[in-house]
Design a protein. Structure first.
Length: 399
């Protein structure tokens, strides 16, 4: 056996990341290079793979391969599909494709309501054994009584409610943040209250029901503070934000669809509050909300393009370059956000899952190089550090 040259992450102890096993996989291979650094398999609890129903945007095969390219070995897929996984029968269609085509661990969400319509609770009991949690991502559950019932039933099933928080009546046709850019360029804005008001409601329902609760892609300073206070009160709540909300704000917007996502890029003050939430532990994890669309759907400018950008292949380089290298957070904290906390909260174990990176390699983000079928990224043209050389799932090379 040759002398090991590659550096293995040796910070926080991570279950399932066996350094000795990793050594056996790489010691005599081309991945044993002194420029390389080995990390445990990342876990993203919020992605859209679009299949079944929208395979022209992304498939489970392409989405899982893109994830592997980004160093991810487990992801959780949102239910805005066709058919929506709101019953055992509809869920099976998705599960069958996953078992056939996924190259990493793919864990589906079940919908909270039938068809994500918000009118009737889905068959949570029949789906519980096969889903990671329940979510109507893309839509907020508007009815207080319906969310209360969903939380009560999820609590009995030992499952978490994962919420896209958005008050429809506060949207008013907006499509970017209701801030300076919107005012200066004549765009309709989405107010911050549309997000934080529903988080505030849900926190009270969690106190009432005792349900485990997770908030998707928070983007406002008010959301950070509400969750911070709820945690101090002992509420069973966690949350995520996305890489783009931590390194961009609405001053970075351009008149292109690749800058349109929901929630939108907020103000500088919101971004700074999110960073502080990452630093102090209020924000538990970073998820990409990888949301691919066709080129045509993202070519209609800010107003008319579809909501959503891709991010699974750029997440680690963005976070490493702009948070770790700038000494805003440590690499240990980044591993908590990408590995430990999502796996612990969502009970997603790993065994011999790792990725090999050249952290000294500077890359330029070029969507033409993406494995994902989606190419719309706000990071196009950015120079970042970190190139994924290989990813292993269960000791098997998947990238």
């Amino acid at each position: 056996m040759s002398i090991l040259k590659a550096k293995i992450y040796s910070g926080n102890k991570i279950a399932g990341f066996d350094q000795q096993a990793v050594c056996s996989f790489i010691s005599d291979s081309k991945f044993n290079n002194s420029d390389y650094f080995i990390f445990p398999g990342f876990c993203d609890v919020h992605v859209h793979f679009r299949e079944p129903g929208f395979s022209y945007k992304e498939t489970i095969a392409t989405g899982s391969k893109a994830s592997a390219r980004g160093g991810y070995t487990d992801v959780c897929t949102m239910p805005n599909l066709n058919p929506v996984p709101d019953s055992e029968e509809h869920l099976k269609e998705q599960l069958n494709i996953m078992r056939k085509d996924a190259v990493i661990g793919v864990h589906p969400y079940g919908a909270i309501t039938v068809g994500e319509s918000g009118k009737e609770i889905a068959d949570l009991e029949k789906m519980a054994a096969d889903v990671i949690a329940f979510s109507d991502d893309g839509k907020g559950v508007q009815s207080d009584s319906m969310m209360r019932e969903a939380m009560t039933r999820a609590k009995k099933l030992g499952k978490m409610i994962v919420a896209h928080c958005e008050v429809n009546e506060l949207l008013r046709g907006g499509y970017i943040h209701d801030g300076e850019y919107a005012k200066e360029h004549g765009h309709r804005g989405i107010c911050s209250e549309s997000e934080w008001a529903q988080i505030k409601r849900d926190i009270e329902l969690v106190k009432e029901t005792g349900c485990a609760y997770h908030v998707c892609h928070i983007s406002t300073k008010e959301s950070v503070e509400l969750i911070r206070q709820a945690k101090k009160e002992g509420v069973d709540i966690t949350c995520e934000t996305g890489p783009h909300y931590l390194v961009m704000d609405d001053s970075d917007l351009q008149e292109e669809g690749r800058f349109k996502m929901n929630p939108p890029l907020r103000s500088k003050e919101d971004r700074e509050a999110l960073i502080q939430g990452v630093i102090d532990g209020t924000i538990d994890m970073i998820a990409t909300d990888h949301a691919p669309h066709s080129d045509e759907e993202k070519s209609r400018g800010l107003e008319k393009s579809a909501f959503g950008v891709v991010g699974i292949e750029t997440a680690f380089p963005v976070l490493y370059t702009h948070l770790v290298k700038k000494r805003i957070i440590s690499i240990d904290r980044l591993m908590e956000l990408l590995v430990i906390n999502p796996r612990t909260r969502f009970n997603i174990p790993m065994e011999n899952d790792f990725s090999v990176w050249n952290l000294n390699k500077e890359i330029t983000v070029d969507p033409k190089d993406f494995v994902s079928m989606g190419k719309a990224t706000p990071f196009e043209g950015w120079k970042l550090f970190g190139e994924c050389i290989a990813t292993f799932k269960g000791g098997k090379r998947v990238w």
